[in-house]
Design a protein. Structure first.
Length: 157
């Protein structure tokens, strides 16, 4: 009976993780790709209706010609803005994320203390256990159960 219960529990955990991963895949595919293309298509159609369909001078321009011209302008403009963002704003984004990452700060502070020889053997083992535990978990809860080891030196003042 115990073996059967353990198998059912394991199946439920695997099934729950499978469902969570499929949900994540769906959200990424939907939010990053499908909705982007649907929104872009909707934007092109709305602009066509507002700009060309209501202006008598442009009544003869078909939707496909407007769409092709729009994409010919919009895609290079998007690429130029993307390159500008990567070259100028990405550093700001990365710096902001770095400054707001208490777990990363704890890890870097631990490394600095380790290099300086300020870490005891017990603290080193505790950090190693913590990192191995994170690596073994298929998912991490956001409820605070994976907080870094509690040590006065690594807490905010």
């Amino acid at each position: 009976m115990l073996k059967s219960s353990a198998m059912v529990g394991k199946f439920r955990l695997i099934n729950k993780n499978w469902v969570k991963r499929r949900w994540l895949d769906f959200r990424n595919g939907n939010g990053l790709y499908l909705i982007f293309f649907l929104t872009l298509a909707q934007f092109v159609i709305i602009q066509y209706r507002l700009l060309l369909d209501r202006t008598p001078l442009f009544h003869s321009i078909p939707l496909w010609v407007f769409s092709a011209a729009f994409v010919a302008i919009y895609v290079p403009l998007g690429l130029i803005i993307g390159v500008w963002h990567r070259r100028t704003q990405y550093n700001v984004d990365s710096q902001t994320h770095f400054e707001r990452n208490p777990i990363g700060a704890t890890m870097y502070l631990f490394l600095v203390d380790l290099i300086d020889g300020k870490v005891t053997e017990e603290e080193r083992k505790q950090m190693r256990r913590y990192l191995l535990e994170i690596m073994r978990k298929p998912e991490r809860s956001l409820t605070g159960t994976n907080d870094p080891p509690q040590d006065v030196r690594y807490q905010k003042n």
